[in-house]
Ligand binder design. Structure first.
Ligand code: NAI
Length: 302
């Protein structure tokens, strides 16, 4: 997309982190913005801030895991602003622990938000955008889906999070190919951040009551939470940096958005494992002490 002024953005997870920072950039660029989030208070605060920049905002409280709520948001967005030009399917939650220790509710929650949330966004908005493209040769659109480095490298003890983020990469690469079959006016990207300080390590704040878990977290889950918090809070890049990368990729029509390109060595190793038929490499081979500490912590008695 070459110009943004007067166009419309739809952003999920718009009340915090990457979503909010991207809303700030969209507002500064003169876009209308549909700000969708599950957390009402944070959404109210974010809406007031973005409106104060001068943008027209449609705040929409929803749970992206719920098909009918994303569909309702799509209808409301279309009624207010017409077909959007930029759709950022970004809302997500984190989880961790040994993969067999996730409960059924753990799986349903994270698959619902991280995977189905993106699927619903693609399902609701792509046809709307294609229709707009058909009716207007000048229309251009871009969809960005938020995955993670966990979408391209499977680190241990990150359980279902890896699964959902791999799926978002798959949705996005397929969307790229499918769009190319039918149009030159709509493009897409996948955002794969590494650890960046946001609210992601407090994702449980948004876990709905019906998905609440009665069981105490297991040791591996507690370890994953502590390590995740440490990694996220000590990230050097900011959410604002990542939002700029997103908007640059939209402007330049770049598909892969990696916040930490230097971490891509682990992707290369993984692909070489696949190509050479090798077993998955030790993810801690460059920093063996971290692997040793993780193994010791998980194997230690309670
Ligand atoms: P954040 O927690 O600051 O923002 C996420 C937003 O999504 C919050 O406002 C939250 O209320 C909203 N949300 C959560 N569940 C929702 C639901 N069911 N429906 C609607 N909204 C919901 O975290 P951050 O980091 O900005 O997260 C954005 C995306 O970035 C997520 O998909 C996350 O998995 C991904 N990511 C984050 C990384 C990081 O280190 N911060 C690294 C890799 C990926």
């Amino acid at each position: 997309m070459k110009t943004l002024k007067g166009k419309t953005a739809v952003i999920t997870g718009a009340a915090s982190g990457f979503g909010l920072e991207t809303a700030r950039l969209c507002a500064a660029a003169g876009m209308n913005i549909v700000m969708a989030d599950v957390q009402q208070e944070a959404l109210d605060r974010a809406t007031a801030e973005i409106e104060a920049i001068g943008a027209k905002v449609l705040p929409f409280r929803l749970d992206v895991a719920k098909a009918e709520q994303v569909e309702a948001m799509g209808r409301a967005a279309f009624e207010r602003f017409g077909a959007p030009h930029f759709v950022f399917n970004n809302a997500g939650v984190s989880s961790g622990g040994l993969i067999w220790e996730h409960t059924l509710k753990d799986w349903e929650w994270i698959v619902g938000v991280n995977l189905m949330g993106v699927a619903h966004g693609v399902r609701v908005f792509t046809p709307m955008m294609l229709e707009a493209a058909k009716n207007d040769a000048d229309y251009d659109g871009h969809i960005v889906n938020t995955a993670s480095m966990a979408g391209v490298v499977n680190m241990p003890n990150m359980g279902s999070y890896n699964v959902t983020k791999n799926a978002v990469v798959a949705i996005s690469e397929t969307l790229f190919q499918d769009l190319a079959l039918v149009t030159e006016q709509i493009h897409c990207s996948v955002l794969c951040p590494f650890f960046v300080p946001t609210g992601i390590h407090h994702s449980e704040r948004n876990r709905p009551a019906e998905m609440a878990e009665d069981m105490k977290p297991t040791k591996s889950q507690l370890i994953a939470k502590a390590l995740g918090e440490k990694a996220v809070t000590s990230g050097k890049l900011t959410a604002a940096d990542v939002a700029r990368m997103v908007m640059d990729a939209v402007a330049e029509n770049r598909f892969y958005i990696f916040s930490h390109p230097r971490a891509l060595g682990s992707v290369q190793t993984r692909l070489e494992d696949i190509m050479l038929g090798r077993n998955p490499s030790d993810p801690f081979k460059d920093r063996p002490q971290i692997g040793e500490n993780l193994r010791n912590a998980i194997r230690s008695a309670d």
